[in-house]
Design a binder for this molecule. Structure first.
Ligand code: 16G
Ligand code: MG
Length: 533
């Protein structure tokens, strides 16, 4: 009976993966994330942590994802997936950080021992960890796939044979589930023009190719940036983060995209999605997470009305402070909108409070959650007209095409395509739902970002004292001005976001606020960036 830690085995293996000195690891918003060559000890320890999490949860399957996500090489990372296919429970982020930072193998074993005792983990319980093997855990390698597929698999495995069965627990099952629902949703609609997909030279290329085969002529995917074996190519001048941050077309698509044609970019692990198109004058128009949330939520509201479920099912939106003011205005005139701090776990959690919760970060990560009661209602509801019945079926098929475990670029892409097909929208009509306010994101490197503390879903600073008042004073001078400052959860920087009704003003406001931050932390006046006015 394995009721105590297999200390000798752990010691022997751990010594092959010693922690590098002078590095502090942090399990942040997206797991452990740093230069790939520093992560060896973290990978080993995360395997053990995942096994313990599985044991703590009665042998439920836990997922381990190794991915650089939206970051270019040589960054890499690793994160855990909880049994329902969701992010790791927040309290365990601290445990993960502590274990990863134990300086030696002996310190690691001591920390593990203390941890097992404090959390009363029964080591005789089985442990199932997909993708990694440690302390006698049963492991299954999910292979090279997208982050959302791993989330899907974890949920599918843990719900197998129950009334909540999520689908067949294989990548093939995932592809079948999504493509079948998609085909039903667009049946009878006019043929959909081909879609250009920028795969960020990441795993989306592999899964996108398989999805494309399943979709056949229903939706032709033209995959670009599929060089998954080329060193340095991942997320380099392509991918969702590049497009969102630089607000321009990946140069590799310049000769590909025709005016009016829809295109989208995934990030490296295919959990973010940004759409765009070029207008007749060749001008670039971006359709980001806020635009996706708007398109999708209004469609779902229309369907609930057509199904006769108005007042029965409430649709709500969750955004962060980064949501464009234009989208927040448009949406809050129509639906309940909640603003939460950055990071998927906050959005996901808040979205669970609605009957149907639509959450998207402006960066393109998001999904739609149907509450258990809503799913129940949809399956038992008796429509009274053929039109109601059609709308009801569409809603039910939407619950299948949407990966509800986590934001999923490929699933979201199908969702967007469904709405465009139903509304006969091109990018132009979609884009015209509301006008984005010009905005600017700037980062300021600071010696210690932990002195920056926020409140009100990161929209206001409480520390350093007095800085928020200065920002307020500045913002007042700009028409349509809004700005906020928050410490990054993934990098040693402070981020400044600003928007205003005119582009030059948005830029100026962002730089001026960045200047305030720079001066506040005692930045060297001689090195002050010129644009910080
Ligand atoms: C992580 C988060 C993402 C967030 C970003 C903010 C997850 C899975 N990912 O990538 O949601 O937008 O961090 O980064 O939660 P920042 O704190 O450096 O601005
Ligand atoms: Mg990602």
């Amino acid at each position: 009976m394995a009721s105590s830690l297999p200390v000798d085995a752990i010691r022997e293996l751990s010594q092959k993966h010693e922690k590098p000195a002078n590095v502090h690891f942090q399990y942040g918003t997206a797991g452990f994330r740093t230069l790939g060559n520093l992560l060896d000890s973290v990978m080993f320890r995360v395997g053990i942590l995942a096994a313990l999490r599985s044991k703590r949860l009665d042998g439920k399957t836990i997922g381990v994802m190794i991915t650089a996500s939206h970051n270019p090489e040589p960054d890499n990372g690793v994160k855990l997936v909880d049994p329902r296919g969701e992010m790791l429970e927040a309290a365990w982020e601290t445990h993960a950080t502590n274990l990863a930072n134990a300086p030696t193998t002996d310190a690691f074993i001591d920390a593990l021992d203390a941890f097992v005792k404090i959390l009363r983990i029964d080591l005789s319980k089985p442990a199932r960890v997909d993708g990694f093997k440690a302390i006698g855990a049963e492991a299954r390698n999910a292979g090279v796939t997208t982050t959302p597929v791993l989330h899907y698999l974890v949920k599918a495995i843990n719900t197998k044979g129950t009334k909540d069965a999520y689908g067949d627990d294989s990548e093939e099952g995932y592809l079948r589930k999504l493509s079948t629902a998609f085909k039903k949703l667009v049946a009878g609609k006019p043929a959909i023009p081909p879609l250009v997909v920028d795969c960020a030279n990441g795993v989306g290329a592999i899964v996108g190719e398989k999805l494309s085969e399943k979709l056949g002529d229903t939706l032709k995917l033209i995959l670009h940036n599929t060089a998954i074996n080329t060193a340095g190519a991942l997320n380099n001048a392509c991918g969702a983060d590049f497009v969102k941050t630089s607000q321009r077309l990946p140069p590799s698509l310049a000769s590909v995209l025709k005016p009016g044609q829809r295109a989208c970019s995934l990030d490296g692990d295919a959990d973010r999605l940004i759409y765009y198109y070029l207008d007749d004058r060749g001008q670039f128009h971006m359709l980001d997470g806020d635009k996706i949330a708007t398109l999708v939520s209004t469609f779902i509201v229309d369907l609930t009305k057509s199904a006769g479920l108005e007042g029965e099912i409430q649709v709500g939106i969750v955004q962060t402070a980064y949501a464009n003011g234009g989208s927040t205005k448009y949406l809050s005139e129509r639906l309940p909108v909640k603003c939460v701090p950055t990071g998927v776990k906050h959005l996901h959690h808040a979205a669970e409070h609605y009957d149907i919760g639509v959450y998207f970060e402006a960066n393109g990560h998001g999904t739609v959650l149907f509450s258990p009661e809503t799913l129940e209602k949809l399956s038992s509801y008796q429509p009274s007209t053929p039109a109601q019945s059609t709308a009801l079926n569409h809603l039910i098929n939407l619950t299948q095409v949407i990966n509800q475990t986590v934001g999923d670029a490929l699933s979201d892409m199908l969702l967007v395509e469904v709405v465009l097909a139903h509304k006969s929208y091109s990018g132009v009509e979609w884009d015209s739902l509301y006008v984005d306010l010009p905005n600017r994101l700037v980062k300021v490197v600071v010696p210690d970002r932990s002195i920056f503390k926020t409140e009100d879903a990161e929209r206001r600073l409480v520390s350093p004292p007095g800085l928020q008042a200065k920002i307020d004073e500045l913002v007042r001078r700009y028409d349509g001005g809004r700005a906020f400052v928050r410490p990054s959860g993934t990098e040693d920087v402070v981020r400044v976001y600003a928007e205003a009704s005119v582009r030059s003003q948005a830029d100026e406001l962002a730089f001026r606020v960045a200047g305030l931050v720079y001066d506040e932390v005692g930045g060297d006046p001689a090195k002050r960036p010129a644009e910080f006015l």
